[in-house]
Design a protein around this ligand. Sequence first.
Ligand code: ADP
Ligand code: SR1
Ligand code: MG
Ligand code: MG
Ligand code: MG
Length: 425
Amino acid sequence: AVPRGFRALDLESVKHYVAARPGLQQRVGPADSVESWSVREVGDGNINFVFIVEGPSGSLCIKQALPYVRCVGEDWPLTQDRCRIEAEALGEEAAVCPAHVPALYLYDPAMALIAMHFLAPPHIILRRGLIAGATYPALAAHLADFLAATLFHTSALKLSTTAFRQKIAQFTNDEMCRLTEQVILTEPYITAKNNRWTSPQLDADVAALQSDVAARVAVSELKSLFIGRPQALLHGDLHTGSIMVTDTETAVIDPEFAFVGPMAFDVAKILANLLLAYFSTDGHEAASGQSREAQRAWLLSCMRDIWSGFTSAFCRLWSEHAAAGGDLYPAALVGPEAPAGPATLAACQAAFLEGLWGETVSFMGAFVIRRLVGIAHVADMDSIADPDTRAACERRALRFGRRMLVEGSRSGLGSVAALTEAAEA
Ligand code: ADP
Ligand code: SR1
Ligand code: MG
Ligand code: MG
Ligand code: MG
C-alpha cells in the first residue's frame, strides 16, 4: 500500500519540501531564498525520480520512489519499501566503505524519499563516461575495496550467524528480488512481451537462445543460487549506471535491490557491464572514426584489476578477522592458535575463491544476455545508431554471454586473465 501522507513531488513542491526541513534547508540556502533555488529532475534510471536542488548555500539530491516502475508507468506497480531498503543499504555500505558511498541525510518513509549528497560535476555516471570513450585509472582499486568491504563485513565470515540471519530478515526485499528473477533470470530465455532486441538482425540469434536447453539449465541453476545462497548483503544492481566517477573518485549509488544473496552476483554485474562496454567499442569507433584501442585495453585490464584487487582485499580482511571473526569459519578451526589453523584458512580461502569465480562467470553471462534481449538494455549498445553495426556488436556479446553462462569457469574461462583473453578473440 502507498504510505499515508505520500505525495509525488514535482519541480516546485520539492523546493518547499526541502525548505520546510531545517536539516535539509540549511544545505541549500536560507528559507527566504527558496524562490531563487533551482531544481531539475535528472532521473535517467529505469525506476525512480531524482531531483537536484541548488541554492545559494549548496545543493542536495532528492530521490523519490513512486508506487510504480518509472520506465514502464503505472501499469507496473512496485513496492515503495525499496526506498527503505536503499536507505538502510546506504547506511550499511557507509559503515564499512564511507569513501565510496554518498552521504545519506534523510530517509522519509511516508514520502518514500531519501535526501543525499549531490555528487556534483565533474562526477558523471560511469556508463556515460565509458560511452564517451573515457578511462578511469582509480576505478578498479576503488571498486575492489567497495566489493571487499561490503561483501566481507556483511557476511557470516564477520558476523555471528544470529546477526547474519537478522540481516537476511531486514533485507528480504521480496518484490525487488522477484523483479530480478523475472527480467534477468527468466524472460530473456522465453517468449515474453517485455523482451526486445535489434530486429530483424538478431532474430535468429534470439530464437536460438530461446530454444537452447543448456542455457535454460544454466540460468535455472543461477536462479537457485540467487534465491538459495545467502552469503552477504549485496548491492543488488551494481552496473555501470550505479557508479558515479571522476578521475580520482568513485561513488556507488542506487542499492534499492539490496538483499542477502550470492557474492558472485555483485562481482559479476560490474564485470559484465564493463564487458558490455568493451563489446560496444567497435560501434562507437565506427561512428566516430576515432580509435578505441586504448579504451578497449583499459576495460579488460580494469576487469582483471577489479577481480584481483577484490580477492586480495577480501582475503586480507578474512585473515585479519580469523582470530575473532564470524561464526562461519570459527577461530577454533581456522584461527592462528588452532592446530594447522593458518594452513586450514589458506585452503578455505582458495576453495572459496575457486567456487566464487565459477559462479561469477556464469552470472556474467546472464547479465550480458539480459541487456541484449530483455526489457532493460544498456546505452552502451543503444547509442550505436546504425542497426547493422549495433547488431554486430550485440551478436558478439550475446555469443560470449552464452558461453559464460553455460560453461562458467570451465573450458577456457578458468581465470579472469583467460576470460579477458577469450573476449578479445
Ligand atoms: P534509479 O533507481 O531510477 O536507477 P538512480 O539512483 O540510478 O535511479 O539515479 C538516477 C540518476 O540520477 C543517476 O543516473 C544520476 O544521474 C542521478 N543521481 C542519482 N543519485 C545522485 C547523486 N547522489 N548525485 C548526483 N546525481 C545522482
Ligand atoms: C524494469 S527492469 C529495470 C532494471 O533496471 C534496474 O536498474 C535493474 O537492473 C532492473 O533489472
Ligand atoms: Mg539506477
Ligand atoms: Mg535503481
Ligand atoms: Mg544487469
